[in-house]
Design a binder for this molecule. Structure first.
Ligand code: DGY
Length: 420
């Protein structure tokens, strides 16, 4: 790639973020995802921070404006109605202003707020001071409502952000989706249906949603009696790192870090409960039945991001990576469920690659971090700022002009990015 090429891509990436800006918040992509999504927004903020740090803080502030009284930051904020998306605010029925969904999403915000703060501490200090208590309340919510056995669990596959990963198959097969009634999907009108989750998946997603709505989004009831509850290694690694990053921000503000460091230590101590001996890796586990998913993918690769290492795990994961040509696959090509273009059942996500690379470089694994960056650059250079890619042949898939792909380009993948 010549210097001119990457400068043109930098400009395109900034234009995508500006184009997806709906005034204080960014949609992931027009059409397919027309609202503010939780972790998408945190990545968008990281991207904005490379050229407009004020706008970056605004993105985080708008995201936190949807916070519930119990501390939960929902996975979608429906700032304005859009009939092009299903299931919209009326289906979730959470009765909030702004209207929101009733589940959360991976808490990358503290980790990325730390990055944003470090780009310009002087401007960021007052903004950080204002958002810190909200981030802390959200982390406290994770601890109180999503760590029933010690590690982080999800109550809906959408909560993981990795919707239809084979990781959730053990829990999903026990969800009865036969009584959800008629509905019309909108996602398949925006992108090729063969790249999206199937009808049976959607029936079950809706059944889990309906359970939440019927119990008035009582998180205690959802965790205790809901149709789906799985321990998620990726969420655990993301939360573990987020606790530590928020603790670092607490110190920066002269606040105590003790509570956060305690939560981080507890998460770490609970990790053996999701160690799958047969895989020699951390693995998703159904908390209703104890069953492991038994399939590796990008979630397990986030171990390094949380500073968790193990030689046997490393050997297994590197073998998975070496089975594909581009990036870390969301699921192992050796698994029977592997589908290289169907949403989270195989493809590689530039945004997840950016987190995994952050993990590699934080552990001094510069060669792996650089390999992952190079492979991600090749994908974006050839295919554009798509949502995700086929890890075997590099075909661009899903939504186009995607905010988080543009954001991680600016903050991490581009040769002009300020990497750590
Ligand atoms: C969707 O609608 O596909 C989303 O991923 C749910 O968050």
């Amino acid at each position: 790639m010549t210097r001119m090429d990457h400068i043109a891509l930098d400009e395109q990436a900034r234009a995508i973020l500006r184009g997806n800006d709906r005034g204080g918040y960014t949609v992931p992509t027009a059409g397919l995802y027309p609202y503010q999504w939780n972790w998408d927004s945190a990545f968008a903020a990281w991207g904005f921070a490379t050229f407009d740090v004020d706008r970056a803080w605004t993105e985080i502030e708008t995201l936190l404006s949807g916070q519930w009284e119990d501390g939960m930051v929902p996975h979608i904020l429906f700032h304005q109605d859009d009939p092009g998306y299903f299931p919209g605010p009326g289906v979730w029925g959470t009765g909030r202003t702004p209207a929101t969904s009733g589940i959360s999403q991976p808490p990358v915000a503290a980790t990325l707020a730390r990055r944003i703060y470090e780009t310009d501490p002087e401007t960021g200090r007052a903004r950080l001071r204002a958002v810190f208590p909200k981030l802390l309340a959200w982390h406290r919510w994770w601890r109180a409502h999503r760590c029933p056995t010690g590690v982080a669990a999800i109550t809906h596959p959408w909560e993981s952000g990795r919707d239809n990963c084979p990781d959730w198959d053990p829990g999903m097969k026990n969800v009865d989706g036969s009584n959800v009634g008629d509905y019309t999907r909108r996602d398949t009108g925006h992108v090729d249906p063969s790249m999206r989750p199937g009808k049976e998946d959607y029936d079950r997603y809706l059944a889990i949603l309906q359970f939440g709505r019927e119990c008035g989004w009582d998180q205690e009831v959802i965790v205790r009696d809901g149709p789906f509850l799985m321990a998620d290694p990726a969420m655990t690694f993301i939360l573990l790192r987020a606790h530590r990053d928020l603790a670092a921000l607490a110190r920066e503000l002269g606040e105590s870090d003790a509570e956060l460091m305690g939560w981080a230590a507890d998460l770490e101590a609970a990790l053996p409960s999701i160690w799958n001996e047969d895989l020699s890796c951390y693995d998703a586990r159904d908390l209703r039945t104890g069953e492991f998913a038994g399939v590796l993918g990008s979630g397990a690769f986030l171990a390094w991001y949380a500073r968790v290492e193990n030689p046997e795990m490393e050997r297994r994961l590197m073998a998975v990576w070496n089975r594909v040509r581009f990036g870390i696959p969301s699921s192992d090509p050796a698994a029977p469920s592997f589908a290289p273009r169907r949403y989270w059942r195989g493809p590689t996500w530039p945004v997840v690659n950016s987190l995994i690379a952050m993990g590699f470089s934080g552990m001094g694994r510069d060669a792996e971090a650089e390999r992952l960056r190079r492979e991600t650059v090749e994908l974006i250079e050839a295919g554009g700022f798509y949502e995700y890619f086929d890890p075997m042949d590099g075909t661009a898939c899903g939504g186009r002009d995607f905010s988080w792909t543009a954001a991680i380009w600016l903050a991490w993948a581009s040769p002009s990015a300020g990497r750590d």
